[in-house]
Design a binder for this molecule. Structure first.
Ligand SMILES: Cc1ncc(COP(=O)(O)O)c(C=O)c1O
Length: 450
């Protein structure tokens, strides 16, 4: 149906969703994003009425190769034409192709993979793998960490609000503080050495009351998306590697968000030159289709008995076909390197807006994150004011047809996770629109002088 022939009294998409969906998702849609998406290409999306927006969310960090990449589309259509769904018990050529491709990309000599569908399910799978491999029940995770909202993944997700009323704090998950690369940089602190980080972490866990011999592994994100794109500083992952080696624990890297080139390397842990024991992937792997997995050396994976983690749509043939193409495109188009360069361009342009607009205002923008997993954190005199200004700025960006999501521990971070295909002039165009949005925020906030 053409856009113009839409019946006058037909309810809008947002109205239908608001009326018929649980507030769990509908609340954010009707109060915050207030936007439907009907078509897309590259980093542009269009709503039902045909307005064009620049998408800096990549659909929750999924469209790393851009929306509707023609080669991904072709792979999907070809797979659909032969067989769409088999059930995990019957493997397809697309699944074998993806396994072979991934085997050459993960840093394990004899890798093996466990297919799942969503990120949360992959996290649960990884926790099962770690617990089975080590025959220990406990997992260490980090404050600010996010690993999903299903029952098992919630146990390692830090935010207690997400557990409130639906799940209790699992006795065998312990959370440690997470250091913040940007805080070190902004305050001009020296980056601690591996030894200093080790010393710091050991203060928390080398205590007679701490059941260190019960811990199967540590789960960590190289950049925490949920806490506002908080990157682990250099040396931190190395310290965790050493700690896990010394205590016979596994190092589990949740690369669901950071993987597939987003931070400027294929995997986020590659910035730190470490080899983890378990890698979790999801989001961008399927080029827009749901697929996730756990990767580990066969010595670890072999400890998981038959039937321990399966689900109807695991290793979906169409998602596998898309995944093969996504990996090829990421490498052929050198997208991780582009993410690194465009990320630096964003950082310097956005940080310069402080001098242009916010001198002596009592408010500043701190650009957090790595590669094209960035956050613009608004820092005002109180968390409430920071959140209010971030909301205002996000509304202004939307008026400039730029779509971002809000997040961060205090909901004061504008998240920038666009497709990795952006060009230098795309970034300039987006930053010009940020400047307009901040300029408007200044005029709206006559009391900016906190
Ligand atoms: C690091 C990380 N782990 C796990 C998840 C959960 O993935 P999903 O929403 O696909 O279940 C997410 C989702 O944003 C994530 O960012």
């Amino acid at each position: 149906m053409g856009r113009s022939s839409r019946s006058m009294n037909k309810q809008t998409i947002i109205d239908v969703v608001t009326k018929l969906e649980s507030p769990s998702m509908a609340d954010i849609i009707c109060k915050e994003t207030k936007l439907d998406w009907e078509s897309s290409s590259g980093f542009r999306v269009w709503n039902e009425t045909g307005d064009e927006f620049l998408d800096l969310t990549a659909g929750s960090g999924v469209h790393n190769v851009g929306h509707n990449h023609p080669e991904v589309l072709t792979a999907i259509i070809q797979q659909l034409q032969s067989i769409s769904h088999t059930g995990w018990q019957f493997p397809t050529r697309s699944r074998a192709n993806l396994l072979e491709k991934l085997s050459n990309l993960v840093p394990f000599e004899q890798p093996q993979f466990l297919f799942t569908v969503t990120g949360s399910e992959a996290v649960e799978g990884a926790l099962k793998v770690a617990r089975m491999a080590k025959r220990r029940p406990a997992i260490l995770s980090f404050q600010g960490g996010f690993h999903g909202k299903t029952g098992g993944s919630l146990t390692v997700t830090a935010n207690p609000k997400l557990r409130a009323g639906v799940s209790s704090h699992a006795a065998d998950t312990i959370r440690l503080p997470f250091p913040d690369d940007d805080a070190l940089r902004v305050h001009g602190f020296k980056v601690p050495s591996v030894e200093e980080y080790l010393e710091w972490i050991k203060r928390f866990i080398i205590h007679p009351d701490f059941p260190i011999d019960q811990v199967a592994g540590i789960i960590v994100e190289p950049v925490q998306g949920s806490s506002g794109m908080t990157a682990a500083p250099p040396n931190f992952l190395k310290a965790l590697r050493q700690l896990t080696d010394e205590n016979d624990m596994l190092l589990i890297l949740d690369e669901i968000y950071t993987g597939m080139g987003r931070t400027g390397r294929l995997f986020g842990f590659q910035h730190d030159n470490i080899t983890p024991d378990i890698i979790i992937m999801g989001k961008a792997l399927g080029g827009g289709l749901p697929i996730s997995l756990v990767a580990a050396p066969s010595s670890i994976m072999q400890q998981v008995p038959a039937y321990k983690q399966t689900s109807t749509f695991s290793a979906h043939p169409v998602a596998c076909a898309a995944g093969v193409k996504v990996l090829e495109i990421l490498i052929q188009e050198n997208l991780p390197q582009n993410a690194l360069e465009r990320g630096e361009q964003f950082r310097s342009r956005l940080e310069a807006l402080n001098g242009e607009f916010l001198e002596n205002s009592g408010v500043r923008l701190v650009v957090t994150g790595r590669g094209l997993m960035l956050g613009v954190r608004i820092e005002a005199n109180t968390p409430a004011n920071s959140e209010r200004l971030a909301r205002q700025l996000n509304e202004n960006l939307k008026e400039q047809y730029v779509i971002c999501l809000l997040g961060g521990t205090f909901n004061n971070v504008i998240k920038i996770t666009p497709p990795l295909t952006l060009t230098s002039s795309d970034v300039d165009m987006i930053c010009n629109r940020f400047a307009l949005a901040i300029g408007k925020m200044i005029t709206q906030e006559s009391t900016l002088n906190y």
